[in-house]
Design a protein around this ligand. Structure first.
Ligand SMILES: CCC(=O)SCCNC(=O)CCNC(=O)[C@H](O)C(C)(C)COP(=O)(O)OP(=O)(O)OC[C@H]1O[C@@H](n2cnc3c(N)ncnc32)[C@H](O)[C@@H]1OP(=O)(O)O
Length: 300
């Protein structure tokens, strides 16, 4: 009995490690040494990334460094990675809302840390670390929403693009200010933005470091909806109601839906089709499918 429990536990751990490796863009072969990067990021403390997982299957992730407009310190980058790992392993999860403390989203990387890490090697390492984390965030089998209140600037704007949807509060803005910092996005924000709004609009937003207000974001397809309230609590409630229209149902089915969309977006057609078949196999004949067959629902 004990031996089989251990065997299952080991198998689950192996699967999780493999899943994380598959999801990581950069590994040792790319000159990426994660443990060294982590040690470096540890030197820039402050703020936190807080996660609460609701019984309704919706997680709430808060970027919490309001004194610096929720700028990402080194330890916040490390904590984001830990929270993403926790979400990857959340069997009952269906959705995720990300927002910033103090009624503003995020002002990008902490400029104090950026200054201290302005050499090329540190910059590349931080870039690979954040791309790994945000790619895993984007690929979570959860439907994710960035709730943008106040400002989403620089890396904060990039983070919004790692979510499936963006909802903007009145008066908020998304702004890729990188050009004004003598930079381009490095957390994967440019690649995701191009896929979202097309290359012409992406070029305008990046080269003009343009302020994107809720109305322009709607027109560009960058935002789904403008919320009616900019009050923190009300905006979060609205975002939860909005998201719940997509998270109703069993977690296994919602997660499968997100997975087929992710592979459809990321893989060449034939690989996507084969993977879709495998994901289909996880729900076909499953409890939700069998119950539906008994109920024989009509869809009119
Ligand atoms: C991945 C690469 C990147 O992220 S590049 C982009 C890096 N981010 C930036 O350049 C944003 C710089 N900050 C700003 O432009 C403004 O502070 C914004 C975010 C527009 C907010 O303006 P405002 O509402 O007037 O507030 P404020 O400037 O008084 O800021 C309050 C305190 O927060 C600080 N703060 C803000 N952002 C950062 C940041 N990224 N890193 C470090 N500190 C930041 C401000 O310096 C200010 O601090 P203090 O009260 O003056 O001590």
């Amino acid at each position: 009995m004990a031996a089989s429990v251990w065997k299952n536990l080991l198998q689950t751990m192996k699967e999780r490690i493999l899943q994380q490796r598959r999801a990581s863009l950069y590994v040792g072969a790319h000159g990426y040494e994660e443990e060294l990067v982590k040690k470096k990021l540890q030197q820039f403390p402050g703020g936190s990334i807080n996660l609460s997982k609701g019984d309704n299957g919706i997680g709430i992730l808060i970027l919490n460094n309001p004194k610096l407009m929720n700028a990402f310190t080194g330890t916040m980058m490390l904590e984001l990675q830990e929270r993403v790992t926790e979400l990857e392993n959340w069997k009952d999860g269906k959705g995720l809302i990300i927002y910033g403390a103090g009624n503003t989203f995020c002002s990008g990387s902490d400029l104090n840390a950026v200054k201290a890490m302005s050499n090329s090697q540190d910059g590349m390492n931080m870039c690979m670390f954040m791309q790994n984390t945000l790619t895993r965030l984007m690929r979570l089998p959860l439907i994710s929403v960035a709730l943008v209140q106040g400002k989403a600037i620089g890396g904060g704007a990039e983070l919004t693009t790692a979510c499936d949807f963006r909802l903007m509060a009145p008066g908020s803005e998304i702004r890729f200010v990188h050009k004004h910092m003598g930079l381009v996005p490095g957390w994967g924000g440019a690649a995701r933005l191009v896929r979202m709004v097309g290359s012409r609009a992406a070029l305008q937003l990046l080269s003009g470091a343009a302020r994107v207000d809720p109305q322009r974001a709607l027109c560009l397809g960058l935002s789904e909806e403008t919320l009616s309230s900019s009050d923190g609590t009300k905006a979060l409630e609205e975002a939860q109601v909005w998201l719940s229209q997509y998270t109703e149902g069993p977690a296994s089915v919602i997660q499968a839906v997100k997975k087929v969309v992710t592979v459809g977006r990321e893989l060449p057609l034939e690989d996507a089709l084969r993977t879709e078949k495998d994901i289909f196999g996880t729900v076909w004949g499953g409890p939700a499918n069998l119950q539906a067959l008994v109920r024989r629902p009509k869809h009119n």
